[in-house]
Design a protein around this ligand. Structure first.
Ligand SMILES: [Zn+2]
Length: 438
């Protein structure tokens, strides 16, 4: 044992010396360079079939030229000297935009108590693992839909990706899950004798709501997340009931919009959806009990719906540690999902793609959208051009067009013929970096 310890200590000393030498060299050369600079070479991707997600049309044998992370040309030939990536047997399309992800959630424990057990540090590391999984499933942009941990692990993750410290999709983040006491995101599940101090995501008055929103804005939220109704994955809330008041949500929208940020509302029950829509939020998440009146209001105001269908359709056996009360709510809520989704399609609502779970649910969410009545093209649009519009990134990503970020994936078969093809992503490029290839 002692000899082993000595060897470890010796190798740590050698490694530390090497790091010190490298840092000294970098300091002598000026500022430390980004850890992963973009490849200097010009890359030309040969697409056997290139899907135009705006029209559903295919172009054959197109070369996509990528320089310094951007698409610089689409044409019949590659520039001289370019590094060729041969995807001539594949269907090439823009990277997926998933607008409802919780990066910090524990992968193995979905019980009510998990929220009191996961530190901000662990949450950020859960996220570091999850964002890699999302990349491998073709997700090149994601919106964190808010985190249970109120110390913003998701902002650290987003900023570390932007700095090149770790590899991940482009990230936009909501802040805390702002909730009423006893609501969908009141994570103190101890008995009254043991009650924890009130957490900063709990807002029972308009003023408390303003404080919570200002905290989010101060520390870097791109989106504000409101709990307009109860939900499934908690012990106390009723998903049918409205939670935050309309007055609170009006105040949140006013503050966020004034600061140039947007607002997303978790809303399952009809009353919560109606109040959030009247308050002027930018997106309704889930919308599981959408009715004619709320669908009509959403269509008139251009408010987005992120339906997250598949996460409600999971088999109880796969719901890692969910409490019995959550499983019962999961069974209850499912009856409302399909009629609401049919209404959303009937009213031609703006729909964006969100999985609300983990990377393995991306493929099933595409399948659920199509099973629910969307055309395969509409499902692909929800996850590309529509997601980009919702996030205000339409000039940056969401389509393979000259000038846009090189967010490019390939699948083995035609997703417009069989949406199941979205489960087999065999090539991923995110902002010009090749993440995986056949
Ligand atoms: Zn969610």
């Amino acid at each position: 044992m002692r000899r082993g310890t000595c060897r470890t200590a010796a190798s740590v000393a050698v490694a530390a010396a090497a790091v010190l030498t490298a840092l000294t060299a970098m300091a002598a050369d000026g500022p430390i360079a980004p850890p992963a600079p973009l490849p200097a070479t010009v890359i030309a991707i040969k697409a056997g079939r290139l899907l135009d997600v705006r029209t559903g049309q295919y172009r054959s044998d197109v070369y996509i030229t990528v320089e310094q992370g951007r698409i610089t040309a689409l044409g019949a030939s590659a520039p001289a000297g370019a590094h060729i990536v041969d995807l001539s047997s594949k269907v090439v399309m823009p990277g997926i935009i998933d607008v409802h992800v919780h990066t910090g959630d524990d992968l193995f424990d979905h019980s009510a108590a998990t929220r009191m057990r996961v530190s901000a540090a662990q949450s950020a590391l859960n996220g570091a693992y999850k964002v890699h999984q999302y990349l491998m499933h073709g997700v090149t942009t994601l919106r964190d839909a808010g985190e249970t941990n109120v110390y913003y692990p998701q902002f650290a993750l987003r900023d570390s990706i932007a700095k090149g410290l770790i590899e991940g999709p482009r990230m936009l983040c909501a802040g805390m899950l702002i909730s009423v006491s006893g609501g969908h995101s009141d994570d103190d599940t101890t008995a009254v004798d043991f009650g924890l101090p009130k957490r900063p995501n709990i807002a029972d008055t308009v003023d408390e709501l303003r404080v919570a929103v200002r905290r989010d804005l101060k520390y870097g939220a791109d989106w504000i997340k409101l709990m307009a109704s109860g939900g499934v994955s908690d012990l106390y809330s009723d998903f049918r009931s409205q939670e935050l008041s309309e007055e609170q949500m009006v105040a949140a929208v006013e503050l966020a919009h004034r600061a140039g940020r947007r607002v997303m509302a978790h809303a399952e029950g009809t009353a919560g959806i109606r109040a959030a829509v009247r308050a002027g939020v930018d997106s309704i998440e889930h919308g599981t009990m959408l009715d004619e009146e709320s669908a009509t209001m959403m269509a008139a105001k251009g408010i987005w719906l992120v339906p997250t269908l598949a996460t409600f359709q999971i088999e109880p056996g796969t719901a890692a540690g969910m409490d019995a009360v959550m499983l019962r709510k999961l069974r209850d809520i499912l009856q409302y999902q399909q009629p609401a989704f049919a209404l959303a399609l009937k009213h031609h609502l703006n729909i964006a793609f969100g999985d609300d779970d983990e990377a393995q649910r991306v493929g099933p969410e595409f399948a659920a959208l199509v099973k629910g009545g969307m055309t395969p093209l509409a499902a692909v649009q929800a996850a590309t051009v529509n997601g980009a519009r919702l996030l205000g990134l339409e000039s940056e990503t969401g389509a393979i067009e000259t000038g846009k970020s090189a967010d490019i994936i390939a699948v083995d078969a035609d997703p417009l013929a069989d949406i199941g093809a979205m489960k087999q992503v065999s090539f991923v490029m995110a902002a010009g970096r090749i993440i995986s290839q056949p």
